[in-house]
Design a protein around this ligand. Structure first.
Ligand SMILES: NC(=O)c1ccc[n+]([C@@H]2O[C@H](COP(=O)([O-])OP(=O)(O)OC[C@H]3O[C@@H](n4cnc5c(N)ncnc54)[C@H](OP(=O)(O)O)[C@@H]3O)[C@@H](O)[C@H]2O)c1
Length: 253
């Protein structure tokens, strides 16, 4: 396994029970990492854990709402009880939504910000505090979106939240780099998951993908396996504060 050997490495993946998060977790499990999943649904947690264990991984799932400070504190304590240390964190849990700008309620707007930005902050804070205390560095990866840079009609809350998580990560990178903690951002384009189920079903959407995405296809959760391994293994490397676009070329075109 050489450069990318993750044995004795423990990764927390928030929202790792499906979609992109499970893609990230699968890549990490294939390279020997222990996996901890923080997400809300017990049934999805159980089926993700079963898939990851088939790959030989040690897996802990914790029922956690990342937007709730107490829930994140408890998840961190359970994680350390089980594995003793966290070497990488993938801040991936997220929600979306759609409404015309003038119809969007403050509650809809706030919930997306709570999960995608405040939730990211709480998870980063819990894990980084542990990494600083341990004194051996670590790797933090925030999942933003191409929507962090592009305007998204009907989803101003989502787009704003993704800009928010990207800046959260860059600020953290600037603050903790000297402590050996690398912080990077990955920004997916159009990826098949529960979040995009409505778009996948929409007539004409596949043609739009073919014409606007240079690689001419949807992304799949499996497309996130290798980047997860690379970024987890980058602890101590020279990549930090970067945004890596995993969008089939969408942003370049
Ligand atoms: N799919 C795309 O095209 C795309 C593009 C750009 C960026 N992204 C980003 O990629 C990330 C993953 O999205 P996905 O496409 O894989 O969507 P998904 O399949 O809907 O997965 C979202 C994950 O987040 C978890 N989650 C949601 N709210 C949570 C909360 N309050 N606390 C803890 N966990 C929570 C969900 O698990 P539970 O429901 O069990 O909690 C689920 O595991 C998100 O941040 C999303 O914004 C996706």
């Amino acid at each position: 396994m050489g450069l990318f050997d993750l044995t004795s490495h423990t990764s927390v993946v928030t929202g790792g029970n499906g979609g992109i998060g499970l893609g990230l977790a699968t890549g990490l499990a294939k390279q020997g990492a222990n996996l901890v999943i923080w997400a809300r649904s017990e049934s999805k947690n159980a089926s993700a854990a079963a898939r990851l264990r088939e790959l030989g991984a040690e897996v802990l799932t914790v029922r956690c709402d990342v937007a709730e400070p107490g829930s994140v504190t408890a998840a961190m304590a359970e994680t350390l009880d089980r594995f003793g240390a966290v070497h990488s964190l993938f801040v991936n849990a997220g929600i979306s939504g759609a409404a015309p700008f003038t119809d969007m309620t403050p509650e809809e707007f706030q919930r997306v910000m709570d999960v995608n930005v405040t939730g990211a902050f709480l998870c980063m804070q819990a894990v980084v505090a542990h990494m600083l205390q341990r004194g051996e560095g670590g790797s933090i990866v925030a999942v933003a979106s191409v929507a962090a840079s592009k305007g998204l009609p009907l989803s101003p809350h989502y787009s704003a939240s993704k800009g928010g998580i990207r800046q959260l990560a860059r600020s953290l990178a600037a603050e903790v780099g000297r402590k050996g903690i690398n912080v990077n951002v990955i920004s997916p384009g159009f990826v098949r998951s529960e979040m995009t189920a409505d778009w996948q079903a929409k007539e004409g959407f596949a043609d739009m993908i073919r014409s606007r995405v240079p690689l001419a296809r949807w992304g799949d959760p499996e497309d996130f396996e290798r980047i997860a391994v690379f970024l987890a293994a980058e602890q101590g490397g020279y990549l930090s504060g970067s945004e890596i676009l995993i969008d089939g070329g969408l942003s370049s075109y």
